[in-house]
Design a protein around this ligand. Structure first.
Ligand code: NDP
Length: 257
C-alpha cells in the first residue's frame, strides 16, 4: 500500500446508525475528518439534523435519515434512500443500541425481546439491507459496535439480555464475515469498554461504579471521547482490507484479566 494516509476515506460513503448522540457522533465525525461522506441514522430528528450540520462543516456531505432500526420497513427504506442519493455505500457502522438492566429473575419477556430486538436483531436487519447495495460493487466494510459485555460477564449491574444480545452480535460478525467474504465485504466488531455517554453517564458517575471500574479495568479509567475513533477508522479503511470477522476490544484491558 503506497499511501501517505493509510486511513484516507475520501470518496467513501459511510452509514452510521445511532448517530444522534454518543459514540455514533464521534465515529461519524472521525470518518468525515478522513474525507468520507456520511449518512447518519437515529430516531431523534432534531438531534440528527444538528449533528449533520456539524459534520457538513468538516467539508463533506451528510444525509440524516430518521429511522428506528428495529423497524424492518424503515430500515429497508433508509437503504433505498441512501442508494438513491449516493449510488453506493462503502462503510456501515451498526452502532445504535441500548440496554435493559435488571436481575434475570425479574426480567419480563418484553424486556428480553426489547433488548434482543435492538442490540441483536437490528444489527442483522440493517446489515442485510445495506449489504445488498455493497454486493453490487463487490466492496464494503461493516462494523458492529458490540461491547466488552459481549465477551465477558460483569459483577456490577445485572444485565443478562444485553450480554446475550452483544455476544450474539459478535458471533453474527463472524458468520457474516464468512458468508459475505466472496462479495468483497468485511465484517468486524468493536467491543467498547466504559465510555461516558447518554447511555452510561448516570451509572459511571457513581462512586460505587467508579470503584468497580478501578478494580476491573487495568488502565484504571473510563474511555475518553474520541478513543474509539482510531479503531473505527482503521476497520473502515483499506488498511484493514485483510481483516475480517474479528472482535476488537477497546476497553482499557477489561477483557484481558
Ligand atoms: P447513546 O445513548 O449516547 O447513543 C445511542 C444511539 O442509538 C443514539 O443515537 C440513539 O438515538 C440510537 N438509538 C437507540 N435506539 C434506537 C433505535 N431503535 N433506532 C435507531 N437508533 C436508536 O449511547 P452510546 O453512544 O454509549 O452507545 C452506542 C453503542 O455503543 C451502543 O450499541 C452501546 O451498546 C455500545 N456501547 C457503549 C458503551 C459505553 O460505555 N458507552 C460500552 C459498550 C458498548 P435516538 O434515541 O435518537 O434513536
Amino acid at each position: 500500500m503506497d499511501k501517505k494516509n493509510l486511513f484516507d476515506l475520501t470518496g467513501r460513503v459511510a452509514v452510521v446508525t445511532g448517530a444522534s448522540s454518543g459514540l455514533g457522533v464521534q465515529m461519524a465525525k472521525a470518518f468525515a475528518r478522513q474525507g468520507a461522506d456520511l449518512v447518519i441514522m437515529a430516531r431523534r430528528k432534531e438531534k440528527l439534523e444538528a449533528v449533520a450540520e456539524e459534520i457538513r462543516k468538516l467539508g463533506v456531505k451528510c444525509l440524516p435519515i430518521q429511522c428506528d432500526v428495529t423497524d424492518t420497513e424503515a430500515v429497508n427504506r433508509a437503504a433505498e434512500i441512501t442508494e438513491k442519493e449516493f449510488d453506493k455505500i462503502d462503510i456501515l457502522v451498526n452502532n445504535a443500541g441500548n440496554g435493559h438492566v435488571g436481575p434475570a429473575i425479574d426480567t419480563t419477556d418484553e424486556d428480553w425481546a426489547s433488548v434482543i430486538n435492538l442490540d441483536l436483531s437490528s444489527v442483522f436487519k440493517v446489515s442485510r439491507a445495506f449489504a445488498k447495495i455493497m454486493m453490487k460493487n463487490k466492496y464494503g466494510g461493516i462494523i458492529h459496535i458490540t461491547s466488552m459485555y459481549g465477551l465477558a460477564g460483569n459483577m456490577a449491574l445485572a444485565s443478562g439480555g444485553y450480554h446475550a444480545a452483544k455476544g450474539g452480535a459478535i458471533n453474527l460478525t463472524r458468520a457474516l464475515a464468512a458468508e459475505w467474504a466472496p462479495y468483497g465485504i468485511t465484517v468486524n466488531s468493536i467491543c467498547p469498554g466504559y465510555f461516558e455517554t447518554e447511555l452510561t453517564a448516570d451509572t459511571l458517575k457513581t462512586e460505587e461504579f467508579s470503584q468497580y471500574m478501578k478494580a476491573t479495568v487495568p488502565l484504571g479509567r473510563y474511555g475518553r471521547e474520541g478513543e474509539l475513533d482510531a479503531a473505527a477508522v482503521f476497520l473502515a479503511s483499506d488498511a484493514a482490507s485483510y481483516v475480517t470477522g474479528i472482535a476488537l476490544p477497546v476497553d482499557g484491558g477489561y477483557t484481558c484479566v
